[in-house]
Design a protein around this ligand. Structure first.
Ligand code: MG
Length: 238
């Protein structure tokens, strides 16, 4: 394909390098966490848990800050109609998070053709991962697990940094880690599966963009907006 000139490639992680969507196309969600919170008596039913979680989530998403899943769960449990101490909520949140990490890990698999694509570009450009994550360090750990971390100069995740895409602060930090200035976006090609998150934030920083549209294998993915370069399979990215 016809590509612009660039020195770096910043990849998104989930549903770009590693897939987490299920058969219905849904991204890795809370899995059995709501049910467990009901069983341990914090909420009378799933609907009450989900309402409390949604309230906490909407508060924490203001200003583009990332709130790690541990904190989201603890704050959700503190909304329980049955009053519990802060320590009880923190202990239950830690228990739920540990179960969630095992379940979520079992969902994950490398995207088709990703290793061949990375081997190609590793020989030609400098690669990094700049990604949203609900758990600090999880993208790095999962990339290591699948033997993919060796391709990247660095892995920056929003749970470690504090801000999440589409807030441009995460990408600004990535430019700095790459030894680039805030106006050096044109030296970077940003690749990601979410147009509203990955592509929009990269364009704000002047980067070149490539939308990895997963619509061929993932249900419910909208078409790439007119004017944005896109691929549907890693074999097209050479
Ligand atoms: Mg993604």
């Amino acid at each position: 394909m016809q590509l612009p000139a660039f020195d770096w490639i910043f990849f998104d992680c989930f549903n770009t390098l590693i897939d987490d969507f299920d058969a219905a196309g849904e991204e890795g969600s809370l899995l059995s966490v709501p049910q467990l919170a009901v069983e341990s008596g914090f909420f009378p039913g799933l609907a009450e848990f989900r309402a409390a979680y949604a309230k906490v989530r909407s508060q924490t998403l203001r200003l583009g800050r990332e709130t790690v899943l541990m904190d989201r769960l603890r704050q959700t449990l503190e909304e329980s109609p049955v009053k519990r101490s802060r320590e009880e909520c923190a202990a239950e949140a830690a228990r739920l998070l540990a179960i969630w990490e095992v379940e979520y890990g079992a969902l994950l698999r490398p995207t088709p053709g990703v290793e061949e694509m990375l081997r190609h570009w590793y020989a030609r450009r400098t690669l990094a991962v700049v990604t949203n994550s609900l758990v600090p360090g999880m993208p790095q750990r999962q990339l290591e697990r699948f033997g993919l971390s060796r391709f990247f100069r660095f892995v920056l995740d929003s749970a470690t940094h504090g801000f999440k895409k589409p807030n441009p602060l995460l990408g600004m930090e990535a430019l700095s880690m790459a030894g680039l200035g805030p106006c050096d976006g044109p030296q970077v090609l940003a690749v990601g599966d979410r147009h509203d998150v990955d592509i929009v934030s990269a364009l704000d920083l002047g980067m070149h963009v490539l939308h990895f549209n997963r619509g061929r294998i993932r249900p419910g993915v909208p078409p790439t907006p007119e004017g944005t370069p896109a691929i549907h399979d890693w074999s097209e990215f050479r």
